[in-house]
Design a protein around this ligand. Sequence first.
Ligand SMILES: Cc1cc2nc3c(=O)[nH]c(=O)nc-3n(C[C@H](O)[C@H](O)[C@H](O)COP(=O)(O)O)c2cc1C
Length: 406
Amino acid sequence: MWALNIKSFLTINSLNFTSQTLVVSTQNFSKQTNYTMNNDQALLKPITLSGGLELKNRVWMAPMTRSRAANPETKPFEIHDKYYAERASSGLIITEGSQVSKDAVGYINTPGIYSKEQVEGWKGVTKAVHNKDGHIFIQLWHVGRISHPDFHHGNLPLAPSAINPNEKSFTPEGFKETVTPKAMTLEDIKQTIQDFKNAGKNAMEAGFDGVEIHSSNGYLFHQFFNATSNVRTDEYGGSIENRAKILFEVIDALKEVMPEQKIGLRLNPSLNGVFGMKADEETIPTFEYIVKKLNEYDLAYLHLSEPFTDVSDISYLVSHIAKHFRPIYKGTLVINAGFNQEKGNHVIEAGDADAVAFGTLYVSNPDLVERFRTGADLAQPDKDTFYTPGEKGYTDYLTLKESKVS
Ligand SMILES: Cc1cc2nc3c(=O)[nH]c(=O)nc-3n(C[C@H](O)[C@H](O)[C@H](O)COP(=O)(O)O)c2cc1C
């Protein structure tokens, strides 16, 4: 039963991320293109964030849920220390999405950042990464309606409006259909803002260099931004400004517990047809408004994703996100989705981004930076172990050095 369910979950998730790769990925995992094999590559140049954090390169690790916090407290432990430390040569590691409260969870075995035990667990991770001269931000996550009552003692998940995303949720009891969530009251919104603030405080205590707000991929903030998932008639719905309001309230709350230069955030403006998101004519103007308003802050960075599916036939969506948003955003811009070494160097050289976040490549190539430096072959990731508990497919990918020894 369990095996069957986890298999379905993995299939769906692989499909999600495979469908994005249809468009965004030109990665050839086995053989690298013969791009400049030296330190002059744009990707390998250092970069300093506006708060003064000096990063040794522009090869960042994208946030990736790996579902290894398989313990009652959903806290990170030694295997997390090892996994992240192995990837410490990345200019900046962004951790997997980590729920800011019990209400925020939507998948099994994802770590939290709201309890004392979780903070202690994360301390091990930050220490392990810093000991290897790495830098690490934690991704703060609230899934909103992409959850299930099984996670909430039978209560409904929270969302801007009572609209079922018609997605699947992988619950402790297996794979289930999502439900119609509870429309958040003003009190729920206030509490959620407080939860992000508390998570930010915890992140500082745990030793993170900063936080990334997960305002992307169809989760809570994205549900507020989008007019098909947010039909509220109060100050959090209706106009573009109202739909974006909660994000800025969370940034303002986080600023009370850390300098704004330690805050990054992630957006996926052309997401359509996955994670329950349906884009419309107002989608891009909404993201343009958000990105313009972000210029009023001095944030660590803005993290954008290129479209996860082909949107070239949809007149009101943007196919080239970095190109479209670079002229609008004044701060550090990191771009993700479907990049390989060649495309990564190119997007920086073209002036469309300052850094590139690599996801799947980082699953199987802990020494990705070294492989880019030397033009070495890349190892292929095993999709079947993306979300399974334990070390297999997590901490057993070898570096170039290790594979030469073994
Ligand atoms: C296993 C897996 C887990 C992911 N989990 C997250 C997550 O927790 N938060 C997030 O913002 N994106 C998540 N993503 C999306 C990645 O950050 C990234 O956007 C995606 O893999 C595309 O980048 P790539 O082409 O370099 O792999 C995940 C992707 C994968 C493959």
